[in-house]
Design a protein around this ligand. Sequence first.
Ligand code: PHE
Length: 343
Amino acid sequence: MKEKLQALRAKALDELSAITSSDDLSKALEEFKVKYLGKKSELVAVMKGMGALSPEERPIMGQLANEVRGDIEAAFSEAREKAQKADLERKLIEETIDVTLPGKSSPMGRPHPISAVQTEIENIFIGLGFEIVDGPEVEYDYYNFTALNIPPDHPARDTQDTFYINSNVLLRTQTSSVQIHAMEKKRPPIRMISPGRVYRSDAIDATHSPMFHQIEGLVVDKGITMGDLKGTLELFSQNLFGEDTKIRFRPHHFPFTEPSAEVDVSCFACGGKGCRLCKGEGWIEILGAGMVHPDVLRRCDIDPDEYSGFAFGLGIERVVMKKYNIDDLRLLYENDVRFLSQF
Ligand code: PHE
């Protein structure tokens, strides 16, 4: 038995020293532990044979067995400690952080040109005492059309075809629907603008999109005249396009304003002489406007004999495209940062 125990010790220590250089250290060590120190190890098997020894031999062999076990255990813990230390050192070398490397910079974002121009326009009107109101993009037929003097059989519906949720609910084609909401909720004096998305059933090309942005303006009070409309739009245009900007009213027709006009600003690129931006005209069309139709006021329970008002509607994309000389509307929706970071 003595020889057996000694041979076992020698074998275990040999095997252990072979392990230290093996690849998967922790797995090899674990296997070693099971094999030599576990419940089913050879050592345990040898110790089980102890019962057959004479009473004199038993304590001597018992002591030796304990020594062998102790030696194997000590060698094993030492090996494991060494392995852990080596592992830590390897990690420290492999995973060093070079604190002198430059950090990753995250580029600063900025507002989209549509948002930027919208905010600029909002600020001009806030300065003139207007309030900003919001309106629904999913709208009843009544607010988008009928209340604006566009009954179901009116030809103006053909030019503003849209997306219908059902026969009575649609995506608004114009922010003019907010005029009705505002006049139903508030009593004059009303001075508001309402920016937002509008929708039309148009195919996408360089100048059309099924979704775009408008800003609606509405003023209702006693004694409001076309002079107020002109003065307001002139001030607005000069603020947005430059002090020397002139405006021009051309007669037009909108069912919900009377009289109605299309409004041009003098070209801010050439000052009105005619250039590529204004296509030689000297003028750039920016909005539709007019005096609120008496029937529209009446429908909102506002007496047209007592009150009058003006309204206007401006396409934000148009202003953005002219201001930044962008010739394709689609660029504004593709969200290509190479394009957007220019503004
Ligand atoms: N809603 C009209 C359009 O989309 C513009 C407009 C607004 C005209 C207000 C007059 C008054 O074309």
